[in-house]
Design a protein around this ligand. Structure first.
Ligand code: SAH
Length: 218
């Protein structure tokens, strides 16, 4: 079996740290999670490249840099409850598992949820809770969340996410059209107030659901 430790170290140094992600906990987590286990076997050798990769079902695992930026934007310390929307391969959820106390992740496609569950279990990330559902509703039973991370592009911010955010909590979500989005960070500053920041341009697969893109639009 190939040892990917060196490839992973280079990925973190050259693609993530060198471009400005400097939260040491995020960099350490990305050094620890075996990204090649989360991609299809045929793509294993490409797992540490500077690019998103297909994971089946027309979906992708995000580029390492994007995982770094999004994870850092949540400003996690280790005590938080986090919701991810879009489990996909499970890679981002594994990184979050090393950064927060509790991780809940929602996925709408059964084949991806099933595979992510298996890979997470096989690699010591059983603490990640996955639910198969339309994640545009959030996960009301587990709210409030200190952070919500949406890893698919939304046409607008679903109200449910704002409602399920704890006071002081952060929502990170790509918002825009089908071709391109802006990564937004929205912080709940009081019961009724939210502070919005635009972070960077990005391109994600669509968030498909009742409060996202409608199935017939994609
Ligand atoms: N975070 C993933 C990458 C996700 S790609 C990783 O680390 O691999 C985006 C994922 O969002 C896809 O798996 C897609 O099926 C899922 N998705 C899209 N709309 C969704 C919705 N409404 N609810 C839950 N998951 C959704």
């Amino acid at each position: 079996m190939r040892d990917f430790t060196i490839a992973r170290r280079r990925m973190v140094a050259e693609q993530v740290a060198a471009r400005g992600v400097n939260d040491p906990r995020v960099l350490k987590a990305m050094l620890q999670v075996p990204r090649h286990k989360f991609v299809e076997e045929a793509l294993e050798a490409k797992a540490y490249m500077d690019a998103p990769l297909p994971i089946g079902e027309k979906q992708t695992i995000s580029q390492p840099y994007m995982v770094g930026v999004m994870s850092e934007a949540l400003e996690l310390t280790g005590t938080e409850t986090v919701l991810e929307v879009g489990t996909g391969s499970g890679y981002q959820a594994a990184v979050l598992a090393l950064l927060a106390e509790r991780v809940f992740s929602l996925e709408r496609l059964p084949a991806l949820a099933r595979r992510a569950r298996r890979v997470l279990d096989e690699n010591g990330f059983s603490k990640v809770n996955i639910r198969l559902t339309d994640g545009t509703y959030g996960w009301q039973e587990m709210a409030p969340f200190d952070s919500i991370l949406v890893t698919a592009g939304a046409p607008q911010v679903p109200q449910q996410y704002l409602d399920q955010l704890a006071l002081g909590g952060r929502l990170v979500i790509p918002v825009g059209n089908r071709e391109s989005q802006v990564l937004m960070r929205i912080t709940r500053t009081s019961e009724d107030d939210f502070h919005e920041e635009s972070m960077l341009g990005c391109r994600f697969v669509p968030l498909v659901g009742n409060h996202g893109w409608k199935n017939e639009e994609i």
